[in-house]
Ligand binder design. Structure first.
Ligand code: 9MR
Length: 472
């Protein structure tokens, strides 16, 4: 295992706390409130912002709000297959790179969306029929894209929308070049290849309509069985994304998301809300009144309540910022689903999110990214080893350079580098401690842990480091 690179976990935490510092004393925002709670709140980015589209560049308010209110981003279209590999083995990263640069400048976490998806694949892929050719294409795509963004994209939607919409709730069989020609193994392979390309990235299965309960015949019920299959077979999935494109009448969905989160928590899997919008019926905009927007706010709040109360939820991503620019009006028969109106005024939904955040004190909100929150954006430098100073009065880690502390994992033997004696702690993905020992002879056997992913923290006096490991 290489230790000459800061872990993505350090980078992510760095983004969280580093940005919190910049807003200290400044106006309270969704971002500052989420950061205090160790959570991410985000919205899409799109190339229109960077010029062109929607009849021109976006209004300046878009970017101002985006930077102030969010600490996470996802590209609306620019990291999809058709955007990143428009011609075979010719990769195009310009637009995605711009977004990553913007995210880094503004200390935001980046979600990568999406590697294996039936939609938005270029014609050259859709025309391939040979299983082995397609496996090669998918592997090459994942290798290249994930490697390009290694250490910069914290989390990938490795597979997107692969479950059928029909009531049989098997895998999507029509319209998917991947499933039709490869079969279900394309999903397993995609996770394995993404993990090989960036072992520190969180890897998600992302889908819509999994906010409809986990009962017999449900998409989420089918997904849970697949998650069990993946865990049993050491397929490196770490998270599920519930897109949550819903309508104002879908009042049961927040409770369903809670149920799904709790089921996934039993499996050590994080649940993120990845594409939230709550639309009204198309054409209704002119007749909507204050009570309608209050109702929309109430639903937004319930999602935020669930998000903050379930310890294995980490990201709350909204599929847009303002109703002036949303995919809903164009293609979904829905409208007015976001938290800013067309004139960039905050809607009741915005206030509801703030109210929910304030109602959940930071001390009571757990973070799925472990109990540790690394700071200092300088952590994005490639230091010689992962290092951090541990502040014992809080659970936060403060990254510092120039120290040498590291670890290697070989099989189940964890070796400490750069310290004669150190405390080794292992946490599951919910941040719960599962192992703790003072190591005096350089290494420790993690023999009692079940197979899976963990966060290992090593402390030697004021020096500390952590990284995610996979135990097989
Ligand atoms: O918002 C995206 C829109 O601009 C694209 O035209 C559309 C094409 O498929 O994809 C939209 O984003 C989708 C996302 O990638 C996956 N989940 C559903 C989103 C809304 O359709």
């Amino acid at each position: 295992m290489k230790i000459s690179k800061m872990t993505s976990r350090v980078l992510l935490g760095a983004a969280l706390v580093g940005a919190a510092a910049t807003v200290a004393g400044a106006e309270e925002t969704l971002r500052s409130l989420a950061e205090e709670r160790g959570r991410y709140i985000g919205a899409i980015l799109n190339s229109e912002w960077f010029g062109g589209g929607w009849g021109g560049a976006l209004e300046p308010e878009f970017e101002e709000i985006h930077k102030a209110q969010f600490n996470a981003v996802v590209a609306e279209n620019e990291m999809k297959f058709d955007a990143t590999e428009p011609n075979q083995n010719t990769f195009s990263y310009d637009k995605g790179d711009k977004m990553v640069t913007y995210a880094q400048e503004n200390k935001m976490r980046v979600r990568g969306h999406a590697l294996a998806w039936h939609s938005q694949v270029p014609a050259w892929v859709d025309n391939i029929r040979s299983k082995s050719d397609l496996l090669n294409v998918l592997k090459n795509h994942i290798d290249n894209v994930v490697t390009h963004y290694k250490g910069q994209v914290a989390e990938w939607d490795v597979v997107n929308e692969a479950i059928n919409d029909d009531n049989d709730h098997g895998w999507r069989s029509t319209g998917s070049v991947w499933f039709k020609n490869i079969g279900a193994e394309f999903l397993d392979s995609a996770f394995v290849w993404a993990h090989a390309a960036d072992p520190d990235a969180e890897l998600c299965y992302n889908d819509y309509a999994i906010e409809w309960g986990i009962g017999e015949g449900s998409k989420a019920g089918f997904l849970l069985k697949q998650v069990d299959h993946w865990i049993e077979n050491n397929i490196p999935i770490t998270c599920v994304g519930t897109q949550t494109h819903i309508e104002i009448s879908h009042e049961s969905t927040p409770a369903n998301v809670r149920t799904l989160a709790q089921e996934l928590a039993k499996r050590n899997i994080v649940l993120n809300i990845t594409e939230l919008d709550i639309g009204f019926p198309q054409g209704s905009a002119s007749s909507l009144g204050a009570s309608d927007y209050e109702k929309q706010g109430h639903l937004y709040r319930q999602f935020m309540d669930v998000f903050l109360e379930e310890p294995n939820m980490g990201e709350f991503m909204i599929w847009g910022v303002t109703d002036a620019h949303s995919w809903l009006d164009g293609s979904q028969g829905k409208t007015q689903g976001l938290i800013y109106d067309k004139q960039y005024n905050k809607k009741p939904a915005y206030d509801s999110l703030v109210a929910s955040l304030k109602a959940h004190p930071a001390s009571e909100v757990k973070s799925p990214y472990g109990t540790v929150t690394p700071a200092d954006t300088s952590a994005s430098d490639t230091a010689a080893v992962d290092t951090a100073a541990h502040d014992t009065t809080t659970t936060s880690f403060i990254a510092s350079k120039g120290e040498t502390l590291g670890m290697t994992l070989s099989g189940r033997t964890l070796s400490v580098i750069g310290a004669n004696s150190a405390k080794v702690e292992v946490f599951n993905l919910q941040g719960r401690p599962v192992f703790s020992e003072i190591v005096t002879k350089g290494s420790v056997e993690l023999s009692k842990l079940t197979n899976g992913m963990y966060v290992v923290r090593i402390m030697d006096g004021s020096r500390a480091m952590q990284r995610r490991v996979v135990i097989k």
